[in-house]
Ligand binder design. Structure first.
Ligand code: P1T
Length: 379
């Protein structure tokens, strides 16, 4: 079946008890057993819950994976992924990641004996240079948050596997509608479902999707043992959001392309980071592994003052962290999402004081452009 059909139907058969067309919110902590050891497949809601199970089946199908697991947040999902490894293991991560991932690695997991190196994964020889005998995982975002760098997924998977590493891809920015890393050889996909999968800015969640049964057993074990599960109501919200993922992503992309073109043509903007622009250094690569470019972009305004003027002058775009919702959000990565990245590292990556990020929503794009125009006029 096609993507939109799967999004609407997989895991969402009518409720066997009542025929309800929508998967019910099984708001329960436990399930009564008929007799000792005899139950209907559910025992305790941390271990499994029918609403969460429906979402997990759905997300696995959308990412072309066999197994899906839903967590309390994107960070909880990434934390579970990292606990598949043990003290003494080394992980190579992309040098530009969501600031919270970097913060988890540097300020939490290092204290438990995991070692992290960071590489420019747009140049895979940089990954080769970072390899150590104890390297177990390559963890990347593509496109990256917020400078939109692209990594060659198939080449990264080949390199990882040639050296006995696993490849994990944070696919939050693209969603499975535009990019499915498992099809290019990745071993894990992680998501902040808070973003496009939910799509309505009304819930925080995360997910891991993978194919390997023994790794999946371990993820399932940790999900239950550590317990950072997605609750039934939040699972239901993501299921509801996913039904419209295909149509939303098409509109995010259409609006993203239009706003990137507007910004690139604006005399006060010196640089636009958007893989859909032919001027993006990896535009050609992007076209080979993504079927659209999405709604995330960032642009250089030249100074903190200019960035502040824009952020404080927009009326329709909302100044807020997060992304992937139907409404347009605008933010300042340097002081918001990426504040935990050291300033010199931010500067090196292009997360300058003048960088502004937009999560382009699905409003009428002329309204968004006129809002940005009036804000830019104030610089
Ligand atoms: O917020 P949470 O659901 O825990 O997801 C963390 C996360 C993981 N991966 C990526 C690529 C992300 O962008 C995020 C969260 N990002 C933001 C809140 C943001 O505004 O960029």
């Amino acid at each position: 079946m096609g993507f939109a059909t799967d999004a609407i139907h997989v895991g969402q058969e009518p409720d066997p008890a009542t025929g309800a067309i929508i998967v019910p919110i099984y708001q329960t902590s436990t399930f009564v057993q008929e007799e000792l050891g005899k139950h209907k497949g559910y025992e305790y809601a941390r271990t499994s819950n029918p609403t969460r199970a429906a979402l997990e089946r759905n997300l696995a199908a959308l990412e072309s994976g066999r197994f899906g697991f839903a967590f309390a947040s994107g960070m909880a999902a990434i934390n579970v992924l990292m606990t598949l490894f043990k003290s003494g293991d080394h992980i190579i991560a992309g040098h530009n990641l969501y600031g919270g991932s970097f913060r988890l690695f540097e300020n939490v997991l290092k204290d438990f004996g995991l070692a992290f190196s960071y590489a420019d994964t747009t140049r895979l020889d940089d990954v080769t240079r970072a390899l150590q005998p104890n390297t177990r995982l390559l963890f990347i975002e593509t496109p990256t948050n917020p400078v939109m760098e692209i990594t060659d997924l198939a080449a990264a998977a080949r390199l990882a596997h040639a050296h006995g590493l696993l490849l994990a891809v944070d696919n939050t920015f693209m969603s499975p509608y535009f990019q499915r890393p498992l099809e290019y050889g990745a071993d894990f996909v992680v998501h902040s479902t808070t973003k496009y999968l939910n799509g309505h800015s009304d819930g925080v969640g995360g997910a891991i999707v993978l194919n390997d049964p023994s790794l999946a057993e371990r993820v399932r074990f940790i999900q239950n043992a550590a317990g950072a599960v997605l609750g039934p109501f939040d699972s239901w919200l993501v299921l509801r959001g996913v039904k419209t993922l295909a149509v939303r992503m098409r509109q995010h992309n259409e609006n993203g392309v239009a706003i990137a073109a507007f910004l690139q043509g604006h005399p006060k903007i010196t640089k636009v980071h958007y893989p859909g622009l032919p001027s993006h250094p990896q535009h050609e690569l992007a076209k080979t592994q993504m079927t659209g470019f999405g709604g995330m972009l960032s642009f250089e305004t030249g100074s903190l003052d200019n960035a502040r003027t824009i952020l404080n002058s927009v009326r329709l775009c909302s100044l807020a962290e997060s992304l992937g919702g139907v409404e347009t959000l605008i933010s300042h990565p340097g002081t918001m999402t990426h504040a935990s990245v050291p300033p010199e590292e931010r500067e090196r990556l292009g997360i300058t004081e003048g960088l502004v990020r937009i999560s382009v929503g699905i409003e009428d794009v002329e309204d968004l452009i006129s809002d940005l125009k009036q804000a830019l006029d104030r610089i």
